[in-house]
Design a protein around this ligand. Structure first.
Ligand SMILES: [Zn+2]
Length: 68
């Protein structure tokens, strides 16, 4: 039997107010792996979705919001 030493520390995960928030949209159509790439403006990711739908007919997306 082995012994382990466990250490605990207090931590908080939160948004850093001075960091940027990025938005990325991913096409959810079967077989399509396109994405908007990270965008600084939410509207830019949404505009990419509209252009992608117009070009391909794909109309279902996932969105990721990334903060630092
Ligand atoms: Zn697509």
């Amino acid at each position: 039997m082995s012994r382990a030493i466990l250490r605990y520390m207090r931590h908080t995960i939160r948004h850093e107010p001075d960091s940027e928030v990025l938005y990325e949209a991913f096409c959810a159509a079967s077989g399509c792996e396109e994405s908007s790439d990270p965008q600084l403006a939410q509207e830019a990711a949404q505009d990419w979705c509209l252009r992608h739908t117009g070009r391909t007919g794909h109309d279902l997306f996932r969105r990721a919001v990334i903060d630092g």
